[in-house]
Design a binder for this molecule. Structure first.
Ligand SMILES: O=C(O)CCC(=O)C(=O)O
Length: 299
């Protein structure tokens, strides 16, 4: 039985590689989350930048709560089952009237994963419209591997300017228009892009990457890049959704050191060198109640 998605949405996701809109948060809730983000930015004197845009659940407690919210997890569960590992969190913020864009790309092309089971929940904290530079998706492109090149460009929000060189039909692209509080779901292989923000408001989206943990355990056996987990220090187990005995050994790179040492502000990240070292504290599975002691957060 589906928890949240309709049969039509599930079918659409499987056929096209994405589905939307899925309502997750009320306007009051989303205004509150945006308020917390902007209070933090005001406190530090500038918008989220650089490494603050990734691993943000380690920085802001409300983001850590958001990535575990059943309203986000339930539709994800409909796609990948009840055992859910959060592999990454990425803030995509386009300031009003700026030229930043995202070129057509497939995430799987450059993330070094050996699984296409990864699904991104993209949660809108502000209006995602054609004018504000919402994402665009190429239906069915998750079924094929499209050629890419690296075309560095300062306005391109992708670090290496990864760009699909052929196979995109702009006329068939679907604009993922979302109200604040809604989200979309897309497959790690889907070809997607987004244009500049020509609106008068910020375009703020939180992309949360989820996958079944059995995929992560294959990395530990050395058959696929462990660095995807260990270097990013991102993975988060949802212990309450994780049946006992599913994992034979700990998957996560978390250490017993205080969370603060893992936060993007820290110069002493214990997890930045790939495989966990035997000299480091043993990784431990993170419990639901063990929320991070966040930097600069109001509550
Ligand atoms: O937010 C955007 O414009 C792009 C997002 C994206 O590329 C992603 O979530 O994979």
């Amino acid at each position: 039985m589906l928890r949240k998605l309709t049969e039509l949405q599930l079918h659409g996701y499987r056929r096209d590689g994405f589905c939307f809109p899925i309502s997750a948060f009320s306007s009051a809730e989303v205004a509150d989350r945006r308020g917390q983000l902007e209070a933090f930015e005001a406190h530090q004197g500038h918008p989220l930048q650089g490494t603050q845009r990734i691993k943000t659940s380690l920085l802001l407690r409300w983001v850590d709560r958001l990535i575990r919210d059943p309203r986000v997890l339930d539709p994800v569960e409909d796609l990948i089952g009840p055992n859910i590992l959060c592999w990454g969190v990425h803030f995509w913020v386009k300031e009003p009237g700026t030229a930043e864009y995202v070129s057509w790309h497939q995430d799987l092309e450059y993330w070094g994963l050996d699984s296409a089971d990864l699904v991104t929940a993209w949660v809108a904290l502000s209006p995602a419209t054609i004018e504000s530079g919402c994402m665009r998706m190429q239906p069915v492109s998750h079924t094929v591997h499209l050629p890419h090149k690296e075309a560095y460009d300062q306005a391109n929000m992708l670090s290496r300017g990864q760009t699909i060189t052929e196979g995109i039909n702009e006329a068939k692209a679907v604009a993922i228009v979302l109200h604040p509080g809604e989200m979309s779901l897309h497959n790690v292989r889907i070809a997607h892009s987004s244009g500049p923000n020509c609106s008068g408001d910020r375009r703020i989206g939180i992309a949360i990457r989820y996958m079944p943990p059995r995929r992560a355990s294959s990395w530990l056996s050395g058959t696929a890049p462990l660095s995807c987990v260990a270097k990013t220090a991102m993975a988060t187990l949802f212990a309450n959704r994780f049946p006992a005995g599913t994992l034979t050994r700990p998957v996560l790179p978390f250490t017993k050191k205080p969370w603060r040492t893992c936060c993007p502000f820290s110069t002493k990240t214990p997890l930045d060198s790939g495989r966990p070292s035997s000299k480091r504290p043993r990784p431990e599975v993170r419990r639901e109640s063990n929320t991070p002691d966040c930097v600069g957060e109001g509550r």
